[in-house]
Design a protein around this ligand. Sequence first.
Ligand code: FMN
Length: 150
Amino acid sequence: MRILILYATKSGASQYCADLLARQIKGCTVCDLLKTDPDITPFDMIIIGSGVRMGKFYKPVLNFIRKNEILLMEKKIAFYLCNAYPEALQKAIEKNIPQQLAKSATCIKSFGGKPPFRTSSDTHWLVEENVNAFIHAIFESLDELNTNRV
Ligand SMILES: Cc1cc2nc3c(=O)[nH]c(=O)nc-3n(C[C@H](O)[C@H](O)[C@H](O)COP(=O)(O)O)c2cc1C
């Protein structure tokens, strides 16, 4: 099972979460969309993570989604958002993830986000229960993929 985690970050939360997921999902590949534009063809599942500023995902993530939208529909996909305002989550999902992709996604969760304009290295912002629920959904979806292949 080939799994790719893609993310873009400005203040570090999305990268922190990508690393957190990668420690749980053994053998996956992690890729910073600010540095590379990966070919997703060989992968079975794509996890996409982005920080949110002014209601928008970061540009490399939006460009990636736009460019790969059709191919993504053929994959298992999941999204995590790093954003600080829970009340703005639904709007951010609707604004940034094409409806078809959102519908077909295994899971879309906010992992919380760093409070703006404060420098702090702690991880109090992290919503661990959402991370755990996300990982649970990913493993369930991978089980399904395995079963369907047999
Ligand atoms: C200029 C600025 C704008 C932001 N706008 C939003 C926003 O619209 N909605 C939200 O929920 N969080 C917002 N945040 C909080 C970020 O989503 C949070 O800091 C998150 O950790 C960013 O992800 P990153 O650390 O991976 O870059 C904003 C933060 C900054 C600094």
